[in-house]
Design a protein. Structure first.
Length: 600
């Protein structure tokens, strides 16, 4: 599959395998990464800009109206009093409509960005190289696709619009102030640096607190999540008080951080008010001095009003970078996930249906972070249609060997071939079409029984019914009021362990693939059900290349050959009779237990 998936918008980080570029630093540069997700709604941006400019222009209009009202409204030369409500209503109508339109357009942009980013993230989740799932937990991925994207985009868009709105209001008001009395404005302007310094100090502190707070919140969420997942074990082991203690410690830390940040936040307002009071006193004193030089009541009131109106946008502006950097920090994680997570790559070989000739050629597998090799120069050839059993102690590498075939794992060295073609030359979808797998851990979707059996393919009800019947689930389906259309619940918790396993077998039966991998496929079944399912599996295995991993001897008695693995190496290989005659590990295990006897 080519690197950039079609649903990932033409992101600047194009090839999926490109190394992570140097950390972009400036805010603008960081915001630029956001562009691919909102470019297509450009016209909404234009609407936002126009509406915001109009809104900002009305900002100095209120104090500007105050001037004629005070200067001429009450004198002898008074204008028609009806002009006041008309002007006021008109002003607020313009302002209100502009705000409304800007908000709607912004909501559109935010939701569109959310949709695009989520789609890109989920698309990457579906085609990402499987290392992703080893480095990221399920909850952290689901959290970043579902919640973080939403919160961060809403926060970012709100902060950005605030920035634009307040910035424009600020400019409008300043221009008006300079227009009516530039000297006074400049004098008051000297307070600017003081305001900036206070704001900077406060926002630095707030940012630091917010970061610690976020880390503590994540910890707290982990604690809750783990306790939900492990609720039974916690009770069984009496670990409640230890867990409560852990939660308590984190909550206390969080409470302390929240209080600190509240104090810092609350201190800003009184300090700002003091500054405003200082500015105001200065203005009043100077204005009184200038009273004889053309400073009218109207000019003065209008000036003060505009000055006071400055405070709110200045305050908000000084706080705007906080949410923006915070939101960007969260979104950057998502961008990285989309742009720097390599997609799976396959070749182009696609012969239709494979014959099922499998070769492991000197294959070595190492897990990242794992100690030693999981498979060590493994050589094994499996003929088309052959049934081969893999046995060996726990941890000997059986599952690892099986996972190589659908390329859930890549060998560190050596090659795996199917029908003579190396797996990496196969088109991924073609390769995976050839393999049906019942793995150790059965995973089901919260969907109907039929949809779980057909998984990904069209539902042919008759074939689904046959697969369910063959997997010995016929009775269960018959007992359910909605039959195969019954919902199975999240990960099929509504089914028993054995029923889940049989459902997985039905899924493999339905897929009808030339290569079949059964990894402990019948371990959760009792002897009676296993016998019944065995028959179905034997019918299924006919004509297919089958790898059966089992601890129970009875499961593999019909295998053509047995491969005994030990610590990642092939120890013995041959028919059961040969291996028993050889008197090695398999013979010993066989001697211990007859068919259906103790586990291997
Ligand atoms: N995701 C992983 N990360 C690191 N090491 C792993 C991982 N999966 C397996 N291993 C290691 O690889 C080795 C082989 O594991 P594998 O799952 O193939 O064993 P197995 O033969 O299937 O065992 P079992 O019979 O218990 O299922 C083990 O030593 C195991 O610790
Ligand atoms: Mg295993």
């Amino acid at each position: 599959m080519q690197s950039a998936s079609p649903i990932v918008p033409d992101a600047p980080g194009a090839p999926a395998t490109s190394p992570a570029p140097a950390e972009p630093t400036s805010l603008v540069q960081r915001l630029r990464r956001f562009l691919p997700y909102i470019q297509h709604v450009r016209r909404y941006w234009i609407v936002v800009v126009i509406a915001t400019v109009i809104g900002a222009a009305t900002e100095p209009a209120a104090p500007a109206l105050l001037k004629p009202l005070l200067d001429r409204g009450f004198g002898a030369s008074a204008f028609n009093p009806w002009l006041v409500p008309v002007a006021l209503l008109l002003l607020f109508a313009i302002r209100g409509s502009a705000g409304f339109i800007a908000d709607i357009a912004l909501a559109k942009i935010a939701n569109e960005a959310m949709f695009m980013l989520r789609r890109a993230l989920f698309g990457r989740l579906l085609d990402a190289r499987l290392d992703l799932f080893r480095s990221e937990s399920a909850s952290s991925l689901s959290n970043s696709i579902v919640h973080e994207v939403q919160n961060a985009i809403i926060m970012l868009v709100n902060a950005l619009t605030g920035l634009v709105k307040d910035g424009l209001a600020l400019v409008g008001l300043l221009v008006y102030l300079l227009y009516i009395n530039w000297r006074l404005t400049l004098i008051v302007g000297f307070l600017g640096p003081a305001v900036a310094w206070i704001m900077r100090t406060a926002s630095r502190r707030l940012h630091k607190l917010a970061k610690s707070s976020q880390a503590a919140t994540v910890e707290l969420a982990y604690a809750v999540e783990e306790n939900v997942l492990a609720n039974r074990m916690v009770r069984l082991h009496g670990a409640e008080s230890a867990q409560a203690g852990r939660f308590e410690k984190l909550s206390v830390a969080l409470r302390r951080l929240a209080m600190k940040s509240s104090v810092a936040q609350a201190a800003i307002t009184p300090v700002m008010h003091m500054l405003a009071a200082a500015a105001l006193s200065m203005v009043i004193v100077i204005a009184l001095w200038q009273a004889d030089r053309g400073m009218t009541v109207g000019t003065f009131a209008s000036f003060v009003a505009a000055l006071l109106m400055l405070i709110a946008p200045v305050k908000r502006l000084s706080e705007a970078t906080g949410p923006i950097t915070r939101a960007l920090a969260v979104l950057e994680r998502s961008f990285d996930l989309v742009e720097h997570t390599p997609a799976e790559r396959g070749g182009s070989h696609d012969p239709g249906r494979a014959r099922g000739h499998i070769e492991f050629d000197d294959v070595t597998v190492r897990y990242p972070g794992g100690s030693g090799t999981a498979l060590d120069r493994m050589n094994l050839e499996i003929a088309p249609g052959e049934t081969i059993a893999l046995v060996g102690p726990s941890g000997s590498g059986k599952t690892t060997l099986a996972n190589l075939l659908p390329r859930f794992l890549e060998p560190a060295s050596g090659a795996v071939r199917l029908d003579g073609y190396e797996l990496k030359d196969w088109r991924l979808s073609a390769l995976r079409r050839q393999i049906a797998m019942v793995s150790q851990d059965v995973v089901m979707f919260n969907d109907s029984l039929a949809a779980n059996v057909a998984l990904g393919a069209d539902i042919d009800r008759e074939r689904v019914a046959r697969a369910l019947e063959a997997a010995n689930l016929g009775d269960l389906v018959a007992s359910l009021p909605q039959g195969m259309d019954s919902w199975v619940g999240h990960n099929a918790t509504a089914l028993s362990g054995g029923q889940r396993q049989r459902l997985a077998i039905a899924r493999a039966l339905y897929k009808d693939a030339p290569v079949l991998i059964l990894d402990e496929a019948t371990s959760a079944l009792d002897n009676e059900s296993e016998r019944l399912v065995q028959e179905a599996l034997r019918r299924l295995m006919a004509g297919r290349t089958s790898l059966i991993i089992a601890h129970r001897l009875s499961t593999i008695e019909h295998a053509d050959r047995v491969a005994v693995l030990d610590r990642g190496s092939l120890l013995e290989l041959g028919t059961q009779a040969e291996l028993i005659a050889q008197g090695g590990m398999y013979a010993r295990l066989h001697a211990l237990g007859g068919s259906g006897g103790p586990d291997l």
